[in-house]
Each structure stands twice: as structure tokens, then as C-alpha cells.
Write a protein that binds this ligand. Structure first.
Ligand code: SAM
Length: 278
């Protein structure tokens, strides 16, 4: 039976507040599984099982699939759509409230994330992996096209921001597929893209917390100079701000968005080592 018929039969009502835009095209689903590099050795973590279309495609290719779903009314639907998918398990909980360390212990080393993400939580979900994950190999997710542009933006562009720097610190990111809005039901108002973040090959910083704070300050007010943002956020004098920026080889009058992620990392090391930020 088609997924749409199973949803109908179970009287399922789509909930906009949970970002429920489902995909059902088998070619697209298989292509996303391929984009994520899933094979018989891979343990996959999915966020947002929905009606289980991607979960099923992942289950065919992977060793194991653990999929979170916040909406318990999908339980009868999923028990039908995933019948026979012995290596897939659904966890009916809010992924954002899960204990990441415990989850990673269960998933093991080198798991992959693959998901058609609910758009309202894209950034917090991706940030959880960037800031907390220790065993994750890659994150392959469907996001809004404009968000995809932010993920791999270059400095000095309007798309460049805190999330770009956070991704570049942990690894590399590329847009692997554009997906038009017509591929979803219900149809959203925006087009989408699949992005893949591969962990590793980023740059080191002395303190993760100081790096996050430095990035936050750099983008505090995009129209202000980095010097002014530092003065405002750290309550330091103009002279002190100039000194700190000189130590980081940052020229006078530049805005935070002109610094590459690695240069923001260098600035954060200086601020941390001088105990300006802890
Ligand atoms: N994977 C399905 C597909 O591709 O057709 C559904 C994707 S749909 C865009 C996102 C799913 O995430 C919805 O089913 C929604 O209920 C679920 N969801 C939303 N917020 C969540 C959260 N915080 N934790 C777990 N699941 C969530």
C-alpha cells in the first residue's frame, strides 16, 4: 500500500508546527541515502521519521537505523510502513531533549546522520552535532535552499554567519542536491537542498566555548565594526579592543563578517589565553 493511503487510512492530520513536509519519491529517497554514503556497515541516526519513507530507504541500505519522531500519532502509520524493517527502531521523543552522550554511546563510533529535517529546528539540530557530537562521521540533511547557502558561505558575503564558522571549525560542507518544493507533501513555500557535512579536517581552537563566544560577538551587529562589537560585548576600552585585534592581525575598521572561520578561531584563542573570555 502507498504511504499516502496508509496515512489516510489511519486518519493522520499533518501538523505544520512540527515541520511535517513528507517526501515519497523512491528515486529521491534512494538518492539521499546514496548522498549520505550509507552502506551495510553504517549505523544511521535519522531525526524526524514522519511516515517512514526515508527510514525505510535507509533501512534497506544500512546496518542499523535509529529514528526520532516527536509526533506519537504517527505510531500506527510507522508500524505499517516499517513492517519488515527489522534493523530500524523508532524513538518517539523530541530529539532536542535527548542526552547526546548517552545516545552516542548507543550508536557507537562513526555513525552517520541522515534526515529530511523539520525546518523549524534545522539550526538547533545541526548545532547539536557541531557542538556536542564526538562520534559522528557525517551529517546529510535536507534544509531550505537559503539555509544550505549559509552553511557553506564564504566570508564577506551576506550568507556568511555564525553557523558557517561553526561548520568550518568541525569539518567541510557541500550542497549535494537541489530539491524543488514540488517533491514534498504538503508543499512548502520554499525550495530545498541536501547538504552534507563531513567531520574532520576543520581547525583546532584552545577553547570551544571561547570560540562560540567570539563568533557570537563577531556577528553581534553585522553593520558594526568588530572593534565596536568587542567593546560592546566585553565592556573593554577602545584602546584594549585595538590592542587585541592587532594581536590577531586584524586591521582597523573591519567587520566580523570579513574574517574567515580560522581567523575567528585565532582571535578566540587570543581572547581566551588573555582571559578576556573564559
Ligand atoms: N522523514 C520523513 C520524510 O522525509 O518524509 C519526514 C520528514 S518531516 C520534514 C520532519 C519530521 O520530523 C516530522 O515527522 C516531524 O513530526 C518530526 N519532528 C519535528 N520536530 C522533531 C523533534 N524535535 N524531534 C524529533 N522529530 C521531530
Amino acid at each position: 500500500m502507498e504511504i499516502s493511503e496508509i496515512l489516510k487510512k489511519n486518519g493522520f492530520a499533518f501538523k505544520k508546527q512540527f515541520g511535517q513536509n513528507f517526501i515519497s519519491d523512491p528515486n529521491l529517497l534512494d538518492a539521499i541515502v546514496h548522498d549520505a554514503g550509507v552502506d551495510g556497515e553504517t549505523t544511521v541516526l535519522e531525526i524526524g521519521a514522519g511516515a517512514g519513507a526515508l527510514t525505510r530507504a535507509l533501512s534497506k541500505a544500512a546496518k542499523r537505523v535509529v529514528s526520532y519522531e516527536i509526533d506519537k500519532t504517527l505510531a500506527p502509520v510507522l508500524s505499517e510502513t516499517l513492517s519488515g524493517c527489522e534493523n530500524a527502531e523508532i524513538v518517539f521523543r523530541d530529539f532536542l531533549r535527548e542526552d547526546m552522550a548517552a545516545l552516542e554511546r548507543d550508536l557507537g563510533e562513526g555513525y552517520a546522520v541522515c534526515a529530511n529535517l523539520p525546518y523549524y529546528v534545522t539550526t538547533p539540530v545541526v548545532l547539536r552535532f557541531l557542538e556536542e557530537a564526538e562520534r559522528c562521521k557525517s551529517v546529510t540533511v535536507m534544509v531550505q535552499e537559503e539555509v544550505a547557502a549559509r552553511f557553506s558561505a564564504k566570508e564577506n558575503t551576506p550568507e556568511y554567519g555564525a553557523i558557517t564558522a561553526a561548520i568550518a571549525h568541525r569539518g567541510t560542507c557541500k550542497t549535494v542536491r537541489k530539491v524543488p518544493r514540488t517533491m514534498f507533501y504538503p508543499r512548502p513555500n520554499v525550495d530545498s537542498a541536501v547538504v552534507r557535512i563531513d567531520f574532520g579536517g576543520g581547525f583546532e581552537v584552545v577553547s570551544e566555548k571561547a570560540f562560540r563566544e567570539t563568533v557570537r560577538i563577531a556577528f553581534l551587529s553585522r553593520r558594526k565594526t568588530l572593534e565596536n562589537n568587542l567593546i560592546h560585548a566585553l565592556h573593554i576600552s577602545r584602546e584594549r579592543a585595538k590592542e587585541l585585534l592587532a594581536l590577531a592581525d586584524v586591521a582597523d575598521g573591519v567587520r566580523g563578517e570579513t574574517l574567515s572561520p580560522a581567523r575567528l578561531g585565532k582571535l578566540s584563542d587570543i581572547l581566551f589565553e588573555l582571559k578576556i573570555i573564559n
